[in-house]
Write a protein that binds this ligand. Sequence first.
Ligand SMILES: [Zn+2]
Ligand SMILES: [Zn+2]
Length: 129
Amino acid sequence: MIKQNNLFSEAHYMCGVCSEAVTNPLCPICLTTEIEAWLTLYPDLGEKLLPKLKTYIYNLKNNLVESTQCIKCKDKKAEVCPYCFTELVLGELKKINASPFILREFFEFFNFDLHHRGYSKEAEALGVI
Ligand SMILES: [Zn+2]
Ligand SMILES: [Zn+2]
């Protein structure tokens, strides 16, 4: 894996899941708010998915250590990078059999695989990127 970012100061925290520096710090709580907004279009899906995300966030909050400041809410809660969090959401979407249409839309809105080493391949297969 190539490390492209040597610009970071010591103050950058690592993602608690993948151990990479959190380069695009948007906390799971803010991301869930965005996902929730998206899912108002698909209430059935929201009913299945959102309780899982809320449980995840609840557990995260209980184990919170000081981490990267979120660019949106400015709280130091971006302990999990947006990639890891959206990958988790993608996994949950698949578990509840979300259609390829939904997955495609999810990738359109929430693609944080900036280094193209994770779920981008799936997004490519769906013709999103
Ligand atoms: Zn991560
Ligand atoms: Zn936030």
